[in-house]
Design a protein around this ligand. Structure first.
Ligand code: SF4
Length: 497
């Protein structure tokens, strides 16, 4: 797509408009202007001063092949639900003109309106904390941003739960993420930098040696800065790819290095059911892990095969039963809406299967394919922004899970998601995962260890956030010296305390 912007105000940059366009034109790469075959999006925004004050006129034209549409919107006479500032009036004018033009050209509405951010709940939370009531915040989403009533309700109820969860979090609480970036095989839709071949599996022993060193250094920094470790998350990749001895070794190091006195949860992402055994789960549990994630994505075997998941639904059921027998108090299962060859009926069966296993925590993702994914299916179909099936599945999950007393407690969006839908974590009362909320809301510092991980340091007033990314690939991680981010962390906290 060639994006032409005639922007006559001081507020927006091209990136903002590009992000909006991706919701109607997913997968577009924005080639340089002049590409005759490209679709075009044209934005014009002008600032007008009248006797009644300043207002904004927006005109948006969108093209798709030989078809096009154009819409105008003026902020004159429009009263926003909450914010009245100039920048927001300009944002409303552009956003509404964009939605009108998109609806006319493509024939469908965007469930999240023109909200481009990946964390819409942060916005809802912010206004609730500032004292606005839930009705006003819902109207703010629906009226000012064009968000569907269901997504507005989802945002507000998720925000309310996050506020409750975070109310007891102390200022010096931090979390720890440990990365195991290896997987038994690579799923077709995966964009994560994970390793899945025999040659690279030989790196695992060296990787673990380095990781343990990293863990010890991180524990020392946490102690030095007077943090209290509240949550641990071992993720990947597929951490359960490690054998019993490796698990014992790694988790033993974590137990020796950190003070578990303030720890409220310890999660291990077993992920792929084909890696789960009774022996491994017993080792994991023996080191204080109380939460485990076992992810079917679907319980339809034909769908699992299609997405290259390399395990069956029966392996998932066995792994889930094993986790229960071993005694984990909280089990999470991930499902994905919008998978190729899946449909509403099959998704509903997958959801019922996970509910009937008594999982306390269910996360419903929507398929999102990044450029790095090894696509084995029709990308056009996957990037489908209408994504009727995915949207129906996500809506169904919301209705069904809330009826079954699972509450939405964290939510995020991704780019290039089928149907522009979201990812939502649901949990039974008291089983919400604090780590997920701290991470998503950027509420507390999260220290990370291992390749592909990111330490996120958050100032006590939460006004400043800095990220320290560790090398993506295990072999780069092995080459790098440990403790490279420590000076940044020390400087940050000496400045922001
Ligand atoms: S298990 Fe997860 S991280 Fe590993 S290949 Fe599959 S989607 Fe990617």
């Amino acid at each position: 797509m060639t994006l032409i912007i005639d922007n006559r105000t001081r507020f927006f940059n091209d990136y903002y408009f590009q992000t909006m366009c991706l919701m109607y034109y997913p997968g577009e790469r924005f080639p340089p202007a002049g590409d005759d075959n490209a679709n075009t999006a044209f934005f014009l925004l002008e600032e007008v001063s009248t006797e009644n004050g300043r207002h904004y006129n927006a005109r948006v034209r969108l093209e798709a092949g030989i078809k096009h549409s154009e819409a105008v919107f003026s902020s004159e006479g429009y009263t926003p639900v909450i914010e009245q500032v100039d920048e927001f009036l300009a944002c409303i004018a552009v956003g509404k003109a964009f939605l009108l033009a998109g609806r006319e050209l493509f024939g469908f509405s965007l469930p999240w309106g023109y909200i481009t951010g990946l964390r819409p709940v942060k916005r809802a939370k912010n206004y609730l904390e500032r004292g606005y009531d839930e009705d006003s915040v819902r109207s703010f989403f629906t009226d000012d941003f064009g968000v569907s009533p269901q997504k507005a309700a989802l945002s507000v109820s998720t925000a309310r739960r996050e506020i409750d969860m975070l109310s007891g979090v102390k200022g010096n609480l931090c979390a720890l993420y440990v990365s195991i970036p290896f997987c038994p095989t690579r799923c077709g839709y995966c964009s994560f930098v994970s390793y899945s071949n025999e040659r690279l599996f030989r790196l695992i022993p060296d990787y673990l040696v380095k990781l343990k060193e990293d863990i010890k250094r991180t524990a020392a920094i946490i102690k030095e800065l007077n943090f209290s470790l509240g949550a641990i998350y071992i993720g990947g990749g597929t951490p359960s790819i490690l054998d019993c001895l490796q698990l014992d070794d790694l988790l033993g190091e974590i137990q020796r290095s950190f003070d578990f006195g303030g720890l409220s949860e310890y999660t291990f992402e077993a992920g792929r059911p084909d890696t789960v055994t009774h022996e491994k789960l017993t080792v994991i549990k023996s080191h204080g892990v109380d939460r485990i994630s076992i992810n079917p994505q679907s319980t339809n075997d034909a769908v699992l095969k299609r997405i290259g998941r390399c395990h069956t639904s029966s392996q998932f059921f066995t792994a889930a039963e094993t986790a229960k027998k071993v005694g984990f108090t909280c089990i999470n299962g991930d499902l994905i809406a919008g998978l190729p060859d899946d449909n509403e009926e099959s998704f509903a069966r997958s959801l019922s299967d996970v509910i009937s296993l008594g999982f306390e925590n269910i996360t419903v993702h929507t398929l999102s394919i990044k450029n790095a994914a090894e696509l084995r299916f029709d990308p056009e179909k996957l990037y489908d922004p209408v994504g009727e099936t995915a949207k129906n599945c996500v809506s169904f999950a919301y209705d069904k899970l809330t009826k079954e007393e699972y509450n939405p407690y964290y939510l995020y969006r991704q780019k290039k998601t089928v149907g522009n839908a979201e990812n939502t974590g649901y949990a039974k009362e008291g089983y919400e995962n604090l780590y997920n909320v701290l991470m998503m809301e950027e509420y507390s510092t999260v220290f990370a260890c291992g390749a592909g991980s990111i330490t996120k340091i958050v100032s006590p007033d939460r006004e400043n956030i800095e990220r320290i990314a560790y090398p993506k690939y295990p072999f780069e991680y092995l080459e790098q010296s440990i403790g490279i981010g420590e000076d940044i962390i020390r400087r940050f906290f000496s400045k922001h305390t």
